[in-house]
Design a protein around this ligand. Structure first.
Ligand SMILES: NC(=O)c1ccc[n+]([C@@H]2O[C@H](COP(=O)([O-])OP(=O)(O)OC[C@H]3O[C@@H](n4cnc5c(N)ncnc54)[C@H](OP(=O)(O)O)[C@@H]3O)[C@@H](O)[C@H]2O)c1
Length: 271
């Protein structure tokens, strides 16, 4: 059974929580916030006192996320397809227009695309997976960094995957794009370190979300995913969110170009 994943045990501890992370009043943008890990991260950032902008394609789901936040009035939902650079540019503009700046971002939007052998793949799937996971991330970083440079710095956290460290037998394309997330993040970390912009990565293992459940629809497949991890269970979205929160916050101020694996020990070695 998963342990409690909330760092805050009671509402009275909210103040101490937001003081601890140093994000109170800061502006944080979360992509892919309409469900799963992104939604959990939006909740965590809001609990830490940040003004949160939630982005994704499903407007109704985004509004549902906003209303779930501890401070929904200090949040903004912006319907965005990250595969469209013009929409990403508009997202960053709306963020700055509404809250006056951009201090941190969690670029979490991602898709697996279709599972299957590479020789049967097609350009439609290529465009979807690369468009979302690589082109989307590239546009988000491009526009976020430009804004952060103008205001003296910021912190970016990108979402990769265990498949960004190891191959994925069912989806070579997904694995390729997640390896690219790590390469892009490390390189940007080097380019902007001296300008006060930190760039890090969180790499989830099998995490109990819509995406995972749609891929491993039968109970047997899901049980196999759980038992693969040395911790013998799936991760909770909140456990990935907690790592993103730490990386986005000043608590990780001497960390850049790094990846935190939240994978139940899968990449630690053979158990
Ligand atoms: N769950 C896992 O086991 C696992 C493992 C490793 C890595 N990850 C990574 O974790 C991240 C979040 O996934 P999740 O598990 O939380 O799945 P999820 O619940 O399906 O969330 C994916 C999010 O990405 C958004 N998204 C997808 N395409 C988008 C686009 N073109 N523009 C804007 N938003 C888009 C979706 O929102 P809309 O549909 O509303 O656009 C949704 O909010 C992904 O990057 C995924 O690769 C997950």
């Amino acid at each position: 059974m998963a342990p409690s994943t909330s760092i805050v045990e009671s509402p009275s501890e909210d103040q101490a929580f937001s003081d601890a992370f140093g994000l109170s009043g800061k502006v944080v943008l979360v992509t892919g916030a309409s469900s799963g890990i992104g939604r959990a991260a939006a909740v965590a950032f809001s609990r830490a006192g940040a003004c949160v902008v939630v982005a994704g394609r499903r407007a109704d789901q985004l509004e549902e996320t906003r209303l779930l936040l501890p401070h929904p009035d200090d949040a903004l939902a912006v319907r965005t397809d990250v595969a469209r650079e013009d929409e990403v540019a508009d997202l960053v503009e709306q963020t700055v227009g509404h809250f006056g700046g951009l201090d941190a971002a969690f670029n979490n939007a991602g898709t697996f695309g279709r599972f299957g052998p590479l020789h049967e793949d097609d350009e439609e799937n290529f465009d979807l997976v690369v468009g979302t996971n690589l082109h989307g991330l590239w546009s988000c970083m491009k526009h976020q960094v430009a804004r952060m440079l103008a205001s003296g710095g910021g912190s970016i956290v990108n979402c990769a995957s265990v498949a960004g460290h190891l191959g994925h037998a069912k989806s070579p394309l997904y694995s390729a794009t997640k390896h690219a997330v790590i390469g892009l993040s490390k390189s940007a970390a080097l380019q902007y370190a001296a300008s006060g912009v930190r760039v890090n990565v969180v790499s989830p293992g099998s995490t109990d979300t819509e995406l995972l459940r749609s891929l491993y629809a039968d109970a047997g497949a899901l049980a196999t995913r759980s038992s693969r991890a040395p911790l013998k269970r799936l991760g909770a979205p909140e456990e990935v969110a907690n790592a993103a929160l730490w990386l986005a916050s000043p608590l990780s101020s001497y960390v850049t170009g790094q990846t935190v694996l939240v994978d139940g020990g899968v990449t630690a070695g053979h158990s």
